[in-house]
Design a protein around this ligand. Structure first.
Ligand code: PMP
Length: 372
């Protein structure tokens, strides 16, 4: 009964993890893909105020003008962005879908990172595109000469994600410039998913803006992670006029607009200082790195709230997950994010005592394995 498009879509490996959590007593949950803090009070107050003020109707498709202006002003201030085309989307997910639909004809190829955020390859296929992966494992520099051989006459776009889910890797200015040069040489559009832009620990966020020419760059960002509001469904997109305009038209005939109340709250969020939460997350990163250093090979994540350690010798992802579950620890095997099965993702978006219990469990698993 269902289409080929739909039958190619399987439930995400991470969803299964959510089901496991709900059946487990007192889990040590390091599998979570969202910040562990609550929505800041001023943001809640703005949403409640919007309900009381009957902000219940559709907004214009592109989103409230003042919110669009605020997004563009932030990008101008932080990264010197000079573009003036923007769209308020239903999360970054909404922006990804509209971006893919705007760029890809059936059979067109898009380069996606591996390891990847699980949505990328599935969504590319749902939009009738063909995802082609490039290697962004920790330690593998991103260079134009490695990417160029992957480009064919069907390649239309390259997707980048910095800071990354699931590795926490941040791309350097040189790496972003290499992507920009590749795009210019092969007439590609770069989609830069910068949803973790605030979660950076070793210096300011390096955006693709300024490294990839504006006329080839679609930048996506949002509120889900930074303000702990992933269920509120709000994101933004900025990019070349022709593409953003196409996305706007398609939003008109699909999502219609982002939730009106949430747009009002999103504007209020821009006045909230999250630096304490970010400093807190830097501490969590350091805590886990120190706790695992002796037993695991792991690259220090420059951003996001994930890290991607190597599986200890002798384990595949399922075997490791089984050992973790015996200790009520939830992590996600790397193969949920990759063609390879050599790493696992852990999220440090959790209270410190949960992190400590997680570290203890992970050390015990590695020590048991070393004893054989
Ligand atoms: N991009 C990345 C890299 C993500 O990790 C996520 C959420 N896990 C999203 C996009 C989707 O975010 P949103 O809630 O804004 O749709």
């Amino acid at each position: 009964m269902i289409s080929r498009r739909a039958s190619g879509v399987e439930a995400s490996g991470i969803r299964r993890m959510f089901e496991l959590v709900s059946s487990m007593e007192d889990p040590i949950n390091l599998s979570i893909g969202q910040a562990h803090f609550d929505v800041p009070e001023p943001v809640k107050a703005a949403a409640v105020g919007a309900i009381r003020d009957d902000v219940s109707r559709y907004t214009v498709t592109q989103g409230l003008p003042e919110l669009n202006d605020a997004v563009l002003a932030r990008l101008a201030e932080r990264h010197g962005y000079t573009g003036d085309e923007s769209l308020i989307t239903c999360g970054v997910s909404g922006g990804l879908m509209l971006g893919f639909m705007g760029l890809l004809d059936p059979g067109d190829e898009i380069l996606v990172p591996d390891p990847y955020f699980t949505m990328y390859p599935v969504l590319a296929s749902m939009c009738s595109g063909v995802p082609v992966s490039y290697d962004v494992y920790p330690g593998q520099p991103l260079r134009a000469e490695d990417l160029a051989p992957l480009v064919t006459e069907r390649t239309r776009a390259i997707l980048i994600n910095s800071p990354s889910n699931p590795t926490g890797r941040t791309l350097t200015a040189d790496e972003l410039s290499a992507v920009g040069r590749l795009a210019a040489a092969h007439d590609l559009t770069v989609i830069s998913d910068e949803i973790y832009d605030e979660f950076v620990y070793d210096g300011p966020h390096v955006s693709a803006i300024g490294h990839v020419p504006d006329d080839r760059l679609l930048v996506l960002g949002g509120w889900s992670k930074t303000y702990g509001m992933p269920g509120w469904r709000l994101g933004w997109a900025v990019g070349p006029e022709e593409l953003v305009d196409a996305m706007r038209r398609m939003q008109q005939f699909s999502f219609v607009c982002a939730p009106s109340l949430v747009q009002v709250a999103g504007l209020a969020a821009f006045d909230v200082d999250m630096s304490k939460e970010i400093a807190d997350y830097r501490g969590k990163r350091d805590r886990i790195l120190a706790g695992l250093a002796e037993h695991y090979e792991v690259a220090s994540p420059g951003g996001s709230f994930y890290m991607f350690p190597q599986l200890p010798p002798g384990f595949d992802g399922d075997g490791f997950l089984e050992k973790a579950l015996e200790r009520r620890l939830l992590i996600v095997p790397g193969k949920a994010f990759s063609a390879r099965d050599t790493h696992f993702r852990l999220s440090f978006a959790a209270e410190d005592d949960v992190l400590d219990r997680g570290i203890e469990a992970l050390r015990a698993i590695a020590e048991d394995a070393a004893r054989g």
